[in-house]
Design a binder for this molecule. Structure first.
Ligand SMILES: O=C(O)C(=O)C[C@]1(C(=O)O)C=C[C@@H](O)C=C1
Length: 409
């Protein structure tokens, strides 16, 4: 196989006992957007807070956003339960720490999970729907918006390699992480019964996450751009033999019936999103903050030895890793792996050199997230050590560590 990827999922929340969120799905969702942080036992002990955010919003294309129904009053919590960090974060430029005045691009129609993640990160922001993730990243890169939100991994699928591919091609920095609990519902036009459904449409990831339930239903599956886009399509074409997989919020937003809750094969289904900005990072963290640093390391191959050296660079300084993904493309010849870039080297924008940033091709790459800020001398030393044997290291961002998992209940 030309292109392989293996990951060590070191996310703390994956190591913790599973809650059973599906138990609460039998009741309909509350009418308002209330993102309640499900605190993860024993991780950081920080409590979550709620802050009012009742702003109705219309996105640039005239569509209503998450809070756009006019009757919705959003009560989203602060993203960081840790006051010390939260209070020290400044979003820079326009907008306060809750994101008021900031425009955040997301992929999908209003009501997509990505939009909820953006509103969880920055409750006061204005969300801007984009057709594709590439459009969302181009929008922030080009200055049309202030931030973009990107799903980068999920407990069910691992790393979203296509989205990493996109991220690495841009000169963007990670400014925040958000773990969102993703529970899927089967939505249909009002009055349609489950027995009448012949086809289910949704984002490919959602269809994959609900494979067993869909097999039980014996329906055709059709991928579309995003979950909320599926709902919108269903609604505008008044499809009576088709259902969509999307969030209960999307059902509420578009006025559809929820035929079934908690459709995902695994009850514990969390997607990790990154909030991206143009550099320099508008977020400043104090030296002693609980922070994370994300980086990409390109090397000459012989991966397992390199992996050991990378692990040693961190472990010898007592630095914990929260992610390590190994990407190898051995022949560069367009082979048939499962990843978006199967058979192709990873393209990374090199912003380190003087002059214009250049796109460079690397067949052997590691995606690494470590605990600690990029200005922490221990992290700096570890990176320096890695630079001695790696071909190239790019720090993708330094941000407040947030191991909470946010739920839309
Ligand atoms: O389609 C959406 O609603 C999205 O926000 C995208 C997306 C993804 O790409 O992973 C986000 C979270 C869910 O896992 C399903 C789909």
């Amino acid at each position: 196989m030309a292109y392989t990827s293996s990951s060590l999922h070191l996310h703390k929340h994956l190591l913790l006992p599973k809650t059973n969120p599906s138990s609460s799905y039998s009741r309909p969702p509350p009418p308002s957007f209330v993102a309640a942080a499900a605190k993860i036992n024993g991780v950081n002990g920080h409590s979550s807070k709620k802050s009012p955010n009742g702003k109705a919003q219309i996105n640039g294309d005239g569509k209503k956003g998450v809070n756009g129904s006019g009757r919705k009053k959003a009560a989203a919590q602060h993203i960081n339960g840790n006051d010390r960090i939260h209070l020290s974060v400044s979003t820079g430029g326009a907008g306060g720490q809750d994101g008021f005045g900031l425009r955040v691009a997301f992929q999908g129609a209003p009501g997509a999970y990505s939009e909820f993640a953006a509103k969880t990160a920055l409750p006061g922001c204005d969300t801007v729907p984009c057709r594709a993730f590439a459009d969302a990243l181009a929008a922030v890169d080009g200055g049309a918006v202030d931030r973009a939100i990107l799903p980068v991994e999920s407990t069910m699928e691992g790393t979203a390699l296509r989205n990493y591919d996109l991220l690495l091609r841009h000169d963007l920095v990670v400014v925040q992480e958000i773990n969102l609990f993703v529970h899927y519902c089967l939505l249909a036009m009002p009055g349609v019964r489950a027995a009448e459904v012949r086809r289910v449409i949704s984002h490919p990831m959602a269809l994959a996450h609900c494979g067993r339930a869909l097999a039980r239903l014996g329906v055709d599956r059709e991928p579309v751009e995003d979950t909320a886009g599926a709902v919108e399509m269903l609604r505008s074409n008044r499809m009576l033999d088709t259902a969509a997989i999307a969030s209960p919020r999307a059902a509420d937003l578009y006025g559809l019936d929820v035929l079934a809750h908690g459709l995902q094969d695994e009850s514990w289904n969390v997607t990790r999103f990154l909030l991206l900005s143009k550099p320099p990072s508008p977020v400043t963290l104090p030296m002693d903050a609980d922070a994370k640093t994300s980086m990409v390391v390109a090397h000459r191959g012989g991966s397992m030895m390199v992996v050991l050296k990378v692990l040693s660079a961190f472990s010898s300084r007592n630095i914990n890793l929260t992610k390590l993904e190994v990407i190898n493309n051995n022949d560069g010849g367009g082979g048939g792996g499962a990843a978006a870039s199967a058979g192709h080297p990873v393209m990374i924008l090199d912003t380190s050199a003087r002059g214009a940033p250049t796109l460079r091709a690397f067949p052997h790459v590691l995606y690494v997230d470590c605990e600690g800020a990029s200005h922490d001398p221990r992290v700096l030393d570890a990176i320096k050590e890695i630079e001695r044997f790696a071909v190239f290291v790019r720090v993708l961002g330094c941000y407040a560590a947030d191991s909470n998992v946010y739920d839309l209940q």
